[in-house]
Design a protein around this ligand. Structure first.
Ligand code: ZN
Length: 142
């Protein structure tokens, strides 16, 4: 087995996915060839690190550490409370504005769909003019 063929099998060898005869051939080449032995060692170390990183369990203290670091570096969460204007008044103001706007829009949109008696009267007058009659009751739209 030459170096080129051996290098192609390194990943499979590391994952133990070679047949026993291929495995024996590659291992024999690695024993003879210093360059391939070095390369295979580096590759298996890299795969070892990757496997180790994959299997790491999540750090349960991540949040605490992050907060501690932020406090240490930037003074975040250092016990200073936000002013009342920020925590209470501003949200209340926003809520009031949203509520008022909603009500206003509701009345406006509701008004558009209301039957308008003034319009009906105007239509009856127009009908009276068109048909030259004083007796608009005959033409009254009801
Ligand atoms: Zn080699």
């Amino acid at each position: 087995m030459d170096c080129k063929a051996a290098k192609k099998t390194f990943v499979l060898l590391n994952e133990d996915a070679l047949s026993s005869s291929e495995k024996t051939q590659v291992q024999a080449h690695i024993k003879e060839c210093g360059a391939c032995a070095t390369l295979y060692t580096l590759l298996s170390q890299a795969f070892g690190i990757i496997t180790e990183e994959k299997s790491n369990s999540p750090n349960v203290y991540l949040a605490s550490k992050t907060i501690a670091r932020a406090r240490e570096r930037y003074g975040f969460f250092s016990g200073k409370t936000m002013p009342t204007s920020t925590t209470v008044l501003r949200p209340a103001l926003v809520y009031a504005v949203v509520l008022f706007t909603g009500l206003l829009l509701g009345f406006l949109i509701g008004g558009w769909f209301q039957p308008d008696s003034a319009t009906t009267d105007t239509q009856n007058e127009l009908a009276g003019e068109i048909f030259n009659t004083e007796d608009t009751d005959l033409l009254t739209i009801k």
